[in-house]
Write a new protein. Structure first.
Length: 84
């Protein structure tokens, strides 16, 4: 990699505001806020609205769309198309 053209890559804490959880990882994101982590070091913290802890797909609360029911509802509304 060319020196001087890439952003700094270092440890960052991502804090999920919806689930009140946080995790430490490496990223190029920066923040003016900082937090003291479990290891005693201070890291920049980035607040996020949703993460794997609170997202419905990962928590198992995601709804599965019933495609067959949607097709039947469409046919009831607009009528079944005649085959030629």
């Amino acid at each position: 990699m060319k020196p001087g053209i890439h952003p700094a890559y270092g440890p960052v804490v991502f804090r999920d505001k919806a689930a009140n959880s946080a995790f430490l990882t490496r990223s190029t994101m920066t923040s003016d806020k900082a937090i003291e982590w479990e290891d005693g070091n201070t890291y920049p913290v980035v607040d996020v609205e949703i993460s794997n802890v609170s997202h419905p797909f990962y928590t198992g609360t995601a709804r599965v769309l019933d495609t067959a029911g949607r097709v039947e509802r469409f046919e009831r509304r607009y009528g079944r198309r005649e085959a030629n």
